[in-house]
Write a protein that binds this ligand. Structure first.
Ligand code: UDP
Length: 331
């Protein structure tokens, strides 16, 4: 299969690229390197089944050419990370909505199997836990820019499902829940790489709010396996939305404690108010737990890695990076 991955230089995209190349698939990556990183894809540069275009999704000619060669498109390119969303809401909305519009238009021209990445953010504050795909959605006021991310991804979902309904395009939507693992950057707010890096450097670990908010962290390896299996099942899964996430729920305080233990770190834990971490009036989700019954029934998927395994992988990766970044000691 020839797969076009938009956002392929990002964290999930680069793990997906590796998994597909290992299976013998051909992979084209389109990424403008806004939040993606060339480091993530350097390893594939000379792979015979791999090609890479640094360009924006809104460059129609490039997108059209790449789509014309592909059997399937995995659309991961998006503005992500709570911090980025709060700081640059206009860019977030435009990137997400216009980007998805462009991808679906190209997919329709060439009848590509399409997988759209969405997010657990679309559940907003949630009406009940765990979150199931058919649940109602409760977003905060539009005066709070955090919710622009959820609203933009929700519109992406509507566009994708409409393309399936109206034009028979085999589109599947996946809602990722806190995907983490080696190679994720902490630049835009992601908690696991930030905690691990602070722990390894002996710097304070900064917990936002009271730390009793909870999340379920899913190993990127498990997430990628779900994506690949869904790609291979267009008949059963087109026109559907699936949660992809772990059901092992931890509070951010527990996460910080576990990072300290696994990294054997003595970093101190600091709590700071949300208003200091993001912006005044910032609203966080208290709990975010996926119901994964639907994807389990459809393709038999369940995550394999628990939090300790995830943290051990991230710690090992960050230790190596840290050692590489240190100037070597003169003899
Ligand atoms: N968080 C934190 N310290 C950090 C970064 C994040 O306490 O340095 C908290 C954040 O407020 C949220 C949780 O960790 O409650 C997960 O944050 P992340 O940005 O990773 O993902 P989110 O679930 O918010 O999209």
């Amino acid at each position: 299969m020839h797969v076009l991955i938009t956002g392929g230089a990002g964290f999930i995209g680069s793990h997906l690229t590796r998994a597909l190349l290992e299976r013998g698939d051909t992979v084209s990556v389109l990424d403008n390197l806004s939040t993606g990183d060339i480091e993530n894809i350097r390893a594939f540069a000379h792979h015979p089944l791999y090609s890479f275009a640094i360009d924006d999704l809104r460059n129609e000619l490039v997108l059209d050419r790449l789509a014309s060669q592909a059997d399937a498109i995995v659309h991961l390119a998006a503005a992500v990370g709570v911090q980025l969303v709060v700081e640059r809401p206009t860019e977030t909305i435009e990137t997400n909505v216009l980007g998805t519009h462009a991808v679906l238009a190209a997919a329709r021209r060439y009848r590509c199997r399409t997988l759209l990445a969405s997010t657990s953010e679309v559940y907003g504050k949630g009406v009940r836990v765990p979150f199931a795909e058919e649940d109602d959605i409760l977003l905060g006021a539009s005066s709070r820019s955090r919710w622009s991310y959820a609203a933009s991804k929700l519109l992406d979902e509507f566009l994708g499902l409409a393309a399936h309904r109206e034009y028979g395009l085999p589109v599947t939507v996946v809602r990722f829940f806190n995907t983490v693992g080696p190679g994720q950057r902490g630049r835009y707010g992601m908690v696991v790489p930030r905690f691990v890096r602070a722990a390894l450097r002996g710097e304070p670990i900064t917990i936002y709010g009271d730390g009793e908010q909870s999340r379920c962290f899913c190993h990127v390896r498990d997430t990628v396996r779900a994506v690949v299996d869904l790609l291979n099942c267009p008949e059963a899964t087109a026109g559907q939305i699936y949660n992809i996430g772990s059901s092992q729920e931890v509070t951010i305080n527990q996460l910080a404690q576990t990072v300290l233990e696994r990294a054997k770190s003595t970093s101190e834990l600091q709590h700071i108010p949300y208003s200091e971490a993001y912006a005044p009036g910032f609203e966080d989700m208290r709990r975010r737990v996926p119901d994964t019954t639907k994807i389990n029934r459809a393709i038999g998927w369940a995550p394999k890695s628990d939090l300790n395994q995830i943290l051990d992988d991230v710690i090992e990766h960050e230790r190596t990076r840290l050692a590489e970044a240190m100037p070597s000691t003169p003899k």
